[in-house]
Design a protein around this ligand. Structure first.
Ligand code: SF4
Length: 698
């Protein structure tokens, strides 16, 4: 959408799930000026450091400008024919389960839709998973268990109307900065209380009313303790509980847990419980610290149990609120981008849902069971079950747990295709075929942010060389595999209309992800589409979920789950005595393919580091800025020590951004064990164990 009289283009920031609106102004020479969109409902003109530096990241250094086949330059026809031929032959010889797609929350919804349709409806398997599996799969599982669908009830306005905000496992100040700024503004305006629950003292703790530095991984025990305290205080919402099943079982399980495992004092626990119970409007915000755990789904349900028991859900200023990490992680969930889901909140394990989507797509076959989740997908690539793998806009050789093993699995796979904007990633170097994709500022489509607002992403720059949008590359391969009509899309608007029509079908199956009012949009109306949050205000109690006590389980009731605390899969021991926490820093994004281009972003924290407590440093003879060596059964790393009491004794923290390209000794996910949550399949990225020593120690 171009504003009258100026050439600014309204789009969205490609980094985090806040989904800020941006205004882009191209200078006609490949440069771009970026400012916050004052009218976008996520940010009202504000941007964080990363969003403000977007203009510095669009240069063409390192861009992949043409396809490559076995390392040599090729044209699109040769590359696409080869991809289609190898996938077709693999399916013929080894069956649909022998191929896989590993995609990304960087994909736009239209890209995701085509990838899903190709894999689930035409290949006929569900081996498509996304790097969002590493980010919020436990929240998806928790929502589905409690509500019957993966529906996020919260909105950003709730954060501004709450009287108490509890951040659990979320460094919002660094990872979702504009949303954190909205909270700070609300604190100033109405005195909102802020509690941070995190083993590590982060920037989000600055100025918080309370920081509960619980022992890593004990969140479920804490919220079980809260549920018991709610019961003992007579603070249950008995009317709302009539719409919920499982309260007694949840309470019995919670009562047999001990919140003392949190390591918090009785006074700290009592103060938190009193504040939570005594405040009417509470929003509990959670992200990776909760999700990235072998008990992540249980932690989510322990939080949801407390909100369901008190009816603190779906009303202004109230609710549990999972925040997504990537710009279109939520869109990927809505469009069925995970191996265990179908589009529009339909279930792959429900025969009626599968049949409805199969009929809608009029496809030759349909996946009839969940596919391999990310960790299992790469295990299957390593042991030969997956023989053809297409990796799109993500760098699993760096970011997957047990990254060295994943690198070997990709290297050993018979046929690997990588679509990306650059050939300079650890994963792209392993590809047999490299496909040049359009970058963020060159693409048209839609994204959904953490509060269900769907926004248009718009192109402001031409794609360089012969780079193409992902939906087009995927559709080309679909056509060349023999499904010409099904993938005969001319533009993203056409894909969006098909998706919107499918959502209407989901509406008839009891789902509220219904954007079918957009199914007849003209191309020009799609190009001009303003941000909107689903559901439309006419449905669901003015666009709010669950305050009406209506949920998506067959009986219409929510579920409270009996949760028992489980410790992380790896416990510190004599050989590997430290608990390794990994996470993001303020000014870098994922594996730095874009943010590393900005000198001012690099200036924040210029090199990888390891946070270690002063007592541990003293004991190991580590001085500030010393190099330290980490080692465990998965891998090794060398990092510079930052001695700080922000981490507890016995805990260490390292950022996850540096790669084999940027700092070969600092690929921290090489040390993360591939332990996963049995329900969500999400890896435990925050609780591996490791040995730590000064680099030159004997
Ligand atoms: Fe971009 Fe997130 Fe920053 Fe907003 S808060 S500008 S979406 S990185």
């Amino acid at each position: 959408m171009k504003d009258q009289g100026v050439s600014e283009i309204c789009s969205t920031c490609p980094y985090c799930g806040v989904g800020c609106g941006v205004r882009l102004l191209a200078d006609g020479q490949g440069g771009l000026t970026v400012r916050g969109d004052p009218e976008h409902p996520a940010n009202f003109g504000k941007l964080c450091s990363k969003g403000s530096a977007l203009g510095e990241t669009v240069g063409l250094e390192g861009r992949l400008l043409s396809p490559r086949v076995h390392g040599r330059e090729a044209n699109w026809d040769e590359a696409l024919d080869l991809v289609a031929q190898r996938f077709r032959e693999t399916i013929e010889q080894h069956g649909p389960e022998s191929v896989g797609f590993y995609v990304s929350g960087q994909l736009l919804t239209e890209d995701y839709y085509v990838a899903n349709k190709l894999m689930k409806g035409y290949v006929g398997a569900a081996n498509i998973d996304t790097n969002s599996r590493l980010c919020m799969a436990s929240s998806v599982a928790g929502h589905r268990r409690a509500f019957g669908t993966d529906t996020v009830p919260g909105t950003y306005e709730d954060l501004e109307e709450a009287d108490l905000i509890v951040l659990v496992g979320s460094n919002l100040a660094w990872c979702h900065p504009v949303l954190y700024q909205r909270i700070l503004a609300a604190r100033k305006a109405r005195g909102t209380k802020l509690v941070v629950i995190d083993p590590r003292r982060t920037a989000s703790c600055d100025g918080a009313d309370m920081h509960l530095a619980l022992k890593a991984g004990t969140d479920a025990a804490l919220f079980n303790g809260l549920l018991c305290a709610i019961h003992e205080a007579g603070a249950l919402d008995k009317e709302f509980l009539a719409t919920v099943q499982g309260f007694n079982e949840a309470l019995i399980a919670a009562s047999s847990d001990r919140d003392t495992v949190t390591g918090l004092s009785e006074a700290q626990l009592a103060a938190f419980y009193k504040l939570w119970i005594g405040t009417g409007k509470v929003v509990t915000v959670y992200s990776q610290g909760v999700n990235q755990s072998t008990s992540g789904s249980d932690k989510v349900n322990a939080i949801l149990n407390c909100h369901l028991a008190t009816g603190r859900i779906g009303t202004p200023g109230c609710g549990p609120f999972s925040i997504t990490g990537q710009p279109n992680a939520m869109g990927g969930r809505e469009v069925g981008g995970l191996a265990n889901m179908l589009a529009c909140h339909l279930d792959i394990e429900n025969a009626d849902h599968r049949a409805a989507v199969h009929e809608f797509w009029d496809s030759p076959r349909m996946a009839d069971a969940p596919g391999l989740k990310a960790v299992d997908l790469f295990r299957a690539a390593g042991d030969g079950r997956i023989k053809a793998l297409w990796i799109i806009h993500t760098n699993p050789a760096v970011t997957m747990p047990d990254a060295d093993a994943v690198t070997k699995a990709i290297a050993d796979c018979d046929f690997v295709v990588v679509s990306d904007i650059t050939a300079a990633t650890d994963t792209a170097r392993l590809a047999h075929v490299l496909l040049p994709a359009s970058a963020w500022a060159e693409k048209e489509g839609t994204v959904t942010n953490s509060d269900r607002t769907i926004s248009r992403q718009r192109a402001a720059l031409p794609a360089p060389g012969v780079a193409r949008p992902d939906w087009e590359i995927l559709a080309e391969v679909g056509r060349r595999m023999g499904w010409r009509e099904a993938f005969d899309y001319a533009c993203p608007a056409e894909i969006f209309r098909e998706y919107a029509a499918l959502s209407g079908l989901a509406g008839t199956l009891g789902r509220d992800f219904d954007i079918s009012a957009k199914a007849e949009l003209s191309d020009s109306a799609y190009m001009a589409m303003a941000p909107f949050r689903w559901p439309a205000s006419a449905t669901r109690n003015g666009g709010r979920f669950f305050a009406d006590g209506r949920f998506y389980h067959p009986d219409g009731k929510a579920r409270m789950l009996p949760i028992r605390y489980r410790p992380p899969a790896s416990e510190p021991c004599t050989e590997f005595p430290f608990r390794l926490n990994t996470g993001r820093i303020r000014d870098q994004w994922h594996t730095m393919t874009r943010t590393a281009r900005s000198p001012r972003l690099a200036a924040h924290l210029a090199e990888p580091f390891l946070e270690i407590h002063p007592e541990d440093a003293r004991r190991l003879g580590i001085a500030p800025a010393d190099l330290v060596r980490l080692e465990n059964p998965q891998g090794k790393a060398i990092l510079r020590a930052r001695i700080t009491d922000a981490v507890a004794p016995g805990d260490v923290f390292a950022p996850m951004h540096w790669t084999g390209e940027t700092a070969p000794s600092a690929r921290i996910d090489a040390l993360v064990a591939a332990n996963t949550d049995p329900v969500s399949g999400q890896p435990e990225s925050k609780a591996s164990t490791t040995a730590v020593a000064r680099f030159d120690a004997a």
